[in-house]
Design a protein around this ligand. Structure first.
Ligand code: SF4
Length: 418
């Protein structure tokens, strides 16, 4: 089991300069303080609270001091203890918004973890700050047993051009050495016309020889509806990212060709039929465990989730009490007030359920969904309807099914509540 800790870091600044495809490249970091997001934790008459401000502060304020990192880790460990979950093979995942290898106190942190014999997963490195195989030797000697490495391509020229990697050969040499010494989760960003299926296949063929554990394809995002939150300009002009369905099929095609786990981000795990394992035809029988639907409700959700929810509700809602409304946003947690402004309120019933994590202040959401003068009840749905497979890489099918039965039961109970 992994426990997360985060060293912060500012993308572009703490990772050796911006990659051309980085989602943060066109963010105006100076303006971030004026962004008022709002979320479900905000007090009733205030937009913005420590939770949603923290989301901004983290990407803006660079690396955290080691004491802050360790204090947070201790709190996470305490929380884990309180859940009384059975914990075995505990590993510490050290994450960063930038590149964890650039964290100036990395060696100090690793020394602490080594003292308590915790193995370490380095949550994200681009490889740009690595001086060759010796860096991998050194980090593994300090207790690192797993690394998430953004390879982009095994072709050094593509790394040089798209990641602005000054020494791509050295970075790739280190990646190979990591593969020899520990577990490696590699990743790429699928930039249309650059990282093609042919290019991915070439990269994955080498990585298979080197023995990686998993490979993540991140869909390139260029617009706000695809996941950019703080950007007002595209990341790269003139590039149109793939629609989700096409991307899902690409992930499936790569997964069928290789022996390691292949996943996509946002949520795409075709090998396991995820996300929304309950939407699979063969899993209809599990839907019988959900409570019967008794009330009229509108579920407002992301464009990615809507088709899956429609499939599930067609099967469990014979009387058509629930309608699903997709906003023009691929990810539910990134739904903001502008997305609710675009909704045709004629489609919204007396009760509306919003994604649990949407970045909306409750009162703002209520105002926007009653602006036609009709009073409506606006409630928050479960935080996550499906288990993300990139976090539960080794999760078993039953675990994904059990989780979704639980989250959909919670959702139906909310629908039925007066
Ligand atoms: S290394 Fe990662 S965080 Fe840094 S610029 Fe590239 S994509 Fe962004």
């Amino acid at each position: 089991m992994e426990i997360l800790t985060h060293v912060g870091g500012t993308p572009g600044k703490d990772c050796g300069g911006f990659c051309r495809f980085c989602y943060f490249k066109t963010v105006n970091f100076k303006d971030l303080d004026s962004v008022a997001l709002g979320c479900k934790f905000c007090p009733p008459h205030q937009i913005g609270c420590s939770y949603c401000h923290e989301l901004i502060r983290e990407v803006k304020n660079g690396f955290k001091p080691p004491n802050e990192v360790l204090t947070q880790l201790i709190m996470n460990l305490e929380q884990l203890k309180n859940t009384q979950q059975e914990v075995h093979d505990l590993k510490i995942n050290v994450g960063s918004w930038a590149d964890v290898i650039n964290y100036p106190h990395l060696h100090d942190l690793l020394a602490v973890f080594q003292k308590y014999e915790f193995p370490v997963n380095l949550g994200y490195t681009s490889g740009k700050g690595i001086n060759g195989a010796e860096t991998a030797d050194d980090l593994v000697a300090r207790g690192v047993t797993e690394v998430s490495f953004s390879v982009f391509s095994i072709n050094p020229d593509l790394r040089r051009e798209w990641m602005r990697d000054k020494t791509p050969e050295k970075s790739l040499e280190a990646l190979q050495r990591f593969c020899e010494l520990c577990e490696v989760n590699a990743s790429t960003v699928v930039v249309p016309g650059v990282i093609t299926e042919e290019e991915i296949t070439k990269t994955c063929s080498i990585l298979e020889e080197w023995g990686i554990k998993s490979f993540v394809l991140s869909r390139f995002s260029n617009h706000q509806n695809q996941g950019l939150l703080f950007n007002y300009k595209p990341v790269e002009d003139g590039i149109e990212p793939q629609p989700y369905q096409e991307f899902y099929e690409l992930v499936g095609s790569i997964a069928r060709q290789f022996s390691f786990r292949v996943l996509g981000s946002p949520a795409a795990d075709p090998e396991k039929g995820l996300p929304y394992i309950l939407a699979r035809k063969g899993n209809k029988k599990y839907l019988e465990q959900l409570p019967a639907i008794k009330s009229e409700t509108t579920i407002i959700t992301s464009s990615l989730s809507a088709p899956f929810l429609e499939k599930i509700f067609q099967r469990i809602d014979g009387n058509g009490k629930v309608n699903i409304l997709a906003v023009d946003k691929d990810i539910g947690d990134l739904i903001v007030p502008a997305d609710l402004e675009a909704i045709d309120l004629k489609e919204v019933k007396f009760k509306a359920i919003l994604p649990g994590g949407a970045l909306l202040h409750d009162q703002v959401a209520h105002q926007l969904l009653t602006r036609d003068g009709k009073n409506r009840k606006v409630v928050r749905g479960p935080e996550l309807l499906f288990l993300p497979s990139n976090v539960y890489l080794e999760g078993k099918e039953e675990e994904f099914i059990t989780y979704e039965i639980r989250s959909f039961t919670e959702l139906v109970n909310l629908i039925n509540q007066n």
